[in-house]
Write a protein that binds this ligand. Sequence first.
Ligand SMILES: Nc1ncnc2c1ncn2[C@@H]1O[C@H](COP(=O)(O)OP(=O)(O)OP(=O)(O)O)[C@@H](O)[C@H]1O
Ligand SMILES: [Mg+2]
Length: 253
Amino acid sequence: MSGEGRCIRMEKVCYTVGGRAILTDFDLLLEQGVNRTILGVSGAGKTTILKLILGLLEPQAGSISINGLTITGLKEARYREQRKKIAIVFQGGALFDSMTVGENVGYRLFEEGRLSEAEVEDIVREKLRFVGVEPALDLYPAELSGGMKKRVAIARALAADPDYIFFDEPTTGLDPIGVYNIVSLMQRLQAEGKTTLMVTHDLPTAFATSQRFTFLHQSRLVFEGTEAEMRASSIPEVQQFLEPTDSSLFVHQ
Ligand SMILES: Nc1ncnc2c1ncn2[C@@H]1O[C@H](COP(=O)(O)OP(=O)(O)OP(=O)(O)O)[C@@H](O)[C@H]1O
Ligand SMILES: [Mg+2]
């Protein structure tokens, strides 16, 4: 079965809102160990893809499977088990402002109630150490810089020990050092066996962290392949994205 079970797969997925196509016949394969970036201009449908895989949205057509189990139409309890294999670092971090950094990172483990308080604290400290913000344990999100918030959001995603980690524009708004920190964190996670799926406009980060690329344009997949294949592509939207010279291709409808 050549690793068929160790992947996330979307086949012919369609998602519409109010009669408007957000995704049309969309295919995606995220194999464990092969990190992928989804590229495309603002509004192309990138975040929607992540939400569909996480079960936050239901597609009108097509199928989505996680590690061989089709989740579309699955009862919530069974889906929840599969969902635990995936963690997401949302666009903007989405930390709870009323909780400390430590509480943010540990709250899901606390809620599950399987571990003692001391065990949860050990995991929280370990994850914060991994992302380099352990001293911020007792601070509130409002007291952190943008780059620190992103790293705390990554620590929170790691707390559940997922197989797959989704990153929605993790470097947006960061200075070059902040970007470097996120890139090296992603590379360390990959070295530890995590598979990353990222959405970004940031090409250097994409190329530094991914082996395969999905390019989305106006709700459809227009390219899938490696960096070299993308650079050699004659697809106008892809060429324009890599080296913009003609903005008319991307005028929003
Ligand atoms: N709940 C919703 N209701 C109506 N339209 C929506 C909804 N969610 C998303 N959309 C629309 O779907 C399209 C795709 O949205 P999505 O957030 O996936 O884009 P994106 O590629 O992530 O964009 P960005 O790069 O700006 O984050 C957008 O045009 C958006 O306006
Ligand atoms: Mg988005």
